[in-house]
Ligand binder design. Structure first.
Ligand code: ATP
Length: 301
């Protein structure tokens, strides 16, 4: 299978069980958004994938085989504690890192030029990293994860502290990497961004994966609420038994129904009355799902 598979990872730090049989998979070409409260276990999981930390149990597989040192050299990693040499020039540093991963001098220079340009830091190639603003250091950090043409991308909070333009640039880069077949994992606390960008999402709470899968599937719960909008903002249809209809904005009503059939009956009456411009189920956002699972009482073992 062409996927990065995280299979039943467990890890304790002394008495603290930081990960408890965490499993998920990221198919090649997809973006996986990894979310969870502070201390939930995201960084620990990512460090185990990269091999800078050993798990107590479980394994990580790429294309069906256990990830070894060769595969790990092909991972592009953006650590949470940023890892650039502060006194080295941006361009020299990126070429050096690309060469460490085995690129020839020419390819390393070409990759450095390409990524500094794409990420908007080409004019800073001759500057030492610690002379850059934090956002620009972050762009260079992403460039350092990309210069060696990785097969897998693992990015720990790549969006934190970025301005909206940089968020767009970084989002485009992640999407284009996925489009060339790379599985991309990133963690973030910006849930709207995660919802927008990810193909799949995993929510980790207290070291356990509490929900994971394609974002549309996670949001597709049985709903009891629908939005009804009419072209001419007249009165909505009368509510049949078991249904309440309340105006949420001019021309828009929230329909709460005890069954899908009674909601459909409201729609049928609305169509007879005028032009319906929208009738859609109200789905929970990722933020709603996150609050539900993170606030859920801890399971008793
Ligand atoms: N080296 C360590 N020694 C002891 N405990 C650790 C160590 N690293 C992490 N922990 C603990 O393991 C748990 C998981 O931490 P981790 O950094 O993986 O969480 P996270 O989800 O990345 O959090 P955040 O969103 O705050 O970055 C936390 O309780 C943390 O305090």
């Amino acid at each position: 299978m062409t996927a990065l598979e995280i299979d039943s990872l467990s890890k304790s730090y002394g008495e603290l069980r930081a990960l408890n049989e965490v499993s998920f998979e990221v198919p090649a070409g997809q973006i996986f958004g990894f979310v969870g409260s502070n201390g939930a276990g995201k960084t620990t999981t990512m460090r185990i994938i990269l091999g800078v930390l050993r798990s107590d149990a479980g394994e990580v597989r790429w294309k069906g085989a256990r990830v070894d040192a060769d595969v790990r050299r092909r991972i592009g990693y953006m650590p949470e504690e940023r890892g650039l040499y502060p006194r080295m020039k941006v361009g020299d540093q990126l070429v050096y890192l690309a060469r460490l991963h085995g690129l020839s001098k020419e390819r390393a220079v070409a990759a450095m030029e390409q990524w500094t340009q794409v990420l908007g830091v080409d004019e800073r190639r001759g500057d030492e990293v610690d002379k850059l603003s934090l956002g620009n250091q972050q762009r260079v950090q992403l460039a350092s994860a990309l210069v060696h043409e990785p097969d897998i991308l693992v990015l720990d909070e790549p969006f934190s502290g970025l301005d909206p333009v940089a968020v767009d640039v970084m989002s485009d880069v992640l999407r284009s990497q996925a489009d060339r077949g790379v599985p991309v994992i990133f963690s973030s606390h910006q849930l709207e961004l995660v919802e927008r960008l990810s193909d799949r999402v995993g929510i980790v709470a207290r070291g356990s994966m509490v929900a994971s899968g394609p974002i549309d599937e996670l949001r597709a719960t049985d709903t009891s609420q629908w939005i009804l909008a009419l072209a001419s903002a007249t009165a909505p249809p009368a509510a049949p038994p078991g249904v309440s209809i309340t105006e949420s904005a001019p021309g828009r009503w929230l329909v709460e129904a005890d069954s899908a059939e009674s909601a459909q009956a409201v729609l049928a009456s609305a169509v007879q009355q005028g032009t319906v411009t929208e009738f859609s189920p109200v789905r929970p956002t990722l933020t709603d799902l996150f609050r539900d699972v993170v606030n859920a009482p801890e399971e008793v073992a």
